[in-house]
Design a protein around this ligand. Sequence first.
Ligand SMILES: [Zn+2]
Length: 254
Amino acid sequence: MIDFHTHTPAWHTGTWLGGAAFGAEEFLTYMDSAGIDVAVVLAHDGLFNATPESNDELAAFVRADPSRMAGFGTVNPRHVNAVDETKRCFAELGLAGLKLHPWLQGFSLHEAALDPICEVVVEAGGILLSHDGTPPYSTPAQIAALARRHPRLPVVLGHGGLHDCWREALAVTCETENLYLCLCGTPPYAARHILAHAPRGKVLFGTDAGLSDEASQDYAVARVAEIDGWGITAEQRADMLIRNPGALLAGRLG
Ligand SMILES: [Zn+2]
């Protein structure tokens, strides 16, 4: 299966969520223990302090096995070098996508500075994943508006709207062709409803592994095991865990 939402450890920004220090080999061991073949590995330090060094460190982490880990770097769109750094993420570092966290990074997805950044991601054949589910910045409708301005850019709602915005996440995913929804921290009753009503090909799954205070990522392993209790069909499960993320990542793994 494919885990579409994991993080490196936060090497420099402390223990915001109690995160453990772990290496790439330990992370691959987590993946094996949870039955995960491939993981999308998102920035972590960079969400607090978007520096080129944070993208370098993320790229070095996924280089341990580029066939199993797809790295998504980050930039703060308000930084003057954000467009160049986005280019570097793809051309030099070989990353597969860009992760934005408008809530932590403190910007609105309606800001014009996002547009040249999105154009770079389109040109590089990358994917944009945004944190979502926490107003005022990071509502699914704001992310959908960005996706509609860039119809060739695959855009992923990183958390399926969480508790407060999952209905909105489902609605905008149904209405926006290039928008995808990752169930990650989304409550199980909402996940069930989303899987029953979202268009085929749109729903992904993620654990948020990397935020755990255990290097073994027990929280993430439990999230995978929990799927069995969701009451979803075998087809919905295979779409969410294998076919949909596989189609999005096709040609984007090392
Ligand atoms: Zn996350």
